[in-house]
Design a protein around this ligand. Structure first.
Ligand code: PLP
Length: 374
């Protein structure tokens, strides 16, 4: 049996072996892609191969791909680079979008976490000649809920607005086609699809406005200065190629988890269940048991899961996504996130269900004995 069942792919998906091998080779070879000698040319060729692989993942032109240090930088680059003073973002965006532009206007979501298109249309209609940038994610990191991006683009275009889409959680899990979607900017992150951490990309549609105040060398066609993270980019390319088929269909396993957990704890609730969702993600509550307790208890049982949004500090904060969906504070505080991925095995699912059942029995028995003692 594996040391642990890793069911936290939306935080970071383990590095795919082929990506690892490709990175080791590049690290051994070295070379700066801007150098004109043989070693530099080899590094440049490796970066350009990766650019084609990443572009193919989302149906973009290779020239539209700008490599970054991850999804966070891609989101920040898009929101500042579009050069629009008025920015509208959905209430369930990742912090790297929500906090990128002070004063951004927030568009609400419904109880399933789907952006309120009527509210977006109203907000766009009130722009009084000021063209906006709209940023709506493709798939939510906590609930897996998919947003109606084609509708967002239609409304935005009618109002002369540009559209950015954070596809960090969607790419490699569902097919993504940038030109079909019609977005101007699209963010990607390698470590969500089995590439390394610390590398990502921003797709900037050919012809879309883009300006950056980052100063340095002219790398990435003057769109992102700084010597490229060659090994990271190459690992990203290989992972993107492996994930390009839209990933494994994990919805059956996700449904088995949700069915079992609700059978164990009838008051458990699955969030976003009424919307279209990623097949790999389940956000579910065990009422009365704080998410931290569940995460720690499952960890002791050898199961890695997440609690709401995984924060860099390791502290569990109240989920802004569930708050925006109108989930009461206490219930949101007992919500965990289970996310499956490329190396998930049926044994991992069974281990999770067994550990969750054990915890639930322990908690309910201690509640009964406390009530009896009172
Ligand atoms: N956007 C979404 C939806 C995410 O889930 C994340 C990471 O959790 C990011 C952006 C940030 O990506 P990165 O960790 O590569 O900076």
């Amino acid at each position: 049996m594996a040391a642990f069942a890793y069911l936290d792919h939306n935080a970071t998906s383990p590095l795919r072996p082929a990506a690892f091998e490709s990175m080791v080779e590049v690290l051994r070879a070295g070379g700066n892609p801007s150098s004109v000698h043989a070693a530099g040319r080899k590094a440049r060729a490796a970066v350009e191969t990766a650019r084609r692989q990443v572009a193919a993942l989302v149906g973009a032109l290779p020239a539209e791909i700008v490599f970054t240090s991850g999804g966070t930088e891609a989101n920040n680059l898009a929101l500042s680079g579009a050069g629009r003073r008025r920015v509208l973002v959905s209430a369930v965006e990742h912090d790297s979008v929500l906090r990128a532009v002070p004063g951004a206007e927030i568009v609400g979501v419904d109880g399933n976490g789907v952006v309120d298109l009527a509210a977006l249309e109203r907000a766009l209609g009130s722009s009084a000649g000021e063209p906006a940038l709209v940023s709506v994610m493709l798939a939510n990191n906590e609930t897996g809920v998919l947003q109606p991006i084609a509708d967002v683009v239609r409304l935005a275009r009618a109002a002369g607005a540009l559209v950015h889409c954070d596809a960090v959680q969607a790419a490699g899990k569902v097919p993504v086609e940038v030109h079909g979607l019609g977005v101007d900017y699209l963010s990607l992150s390698a470590h969500k699809l089995g590439g390394p951490t610390g590398v990502g990309a921003l797709m900037v549609r050919d012809g879309a406005p883009f300006a950056t105040d980052r100063r340095g060398g002219g790398q990435e066609s003057n769109r992102r200065a700084g010597t490229e993270n060659v090994a990271g980019i190459v690992g990203f390319g290989v992972a993107a190629q492996e994930a390009a088929d839209g990933g494994r269909d994990l919805a059956g396993w996700r449904d088995r988890i949700e069915f079992s957990l609700v059978q164990i704890a009838p008051r458990a609730r699955v969030f976003g269940v009424g919307a279209r969702r990623l097949g790999n993600t389940s956000c579910i509550s065990m009422p009365g048991v704080p998410a931290e307790t569940q995460v720690m208890s499952l960890d002791l049982a050898g199961v890695c899961i997440g609690a709401g949004a995984a924060c860099s500090s390791g502290k569990v904060q109240r989920s802004a996504v569930l708050a925006a969906m109108g989930v009461p504070v206490e219930e949101a505080g007992s919500a965990i996130r289970i996310s499956l991925g490329w190396n998930t095995e049926p044994a991992d699912i069974e281990r999770l269900i067994a550990a969750w059942r054990d915890l639930y029995i322990r908690v309910t028995q201690s509640d009964i004995s406390q009530a009896e003692a009172a």
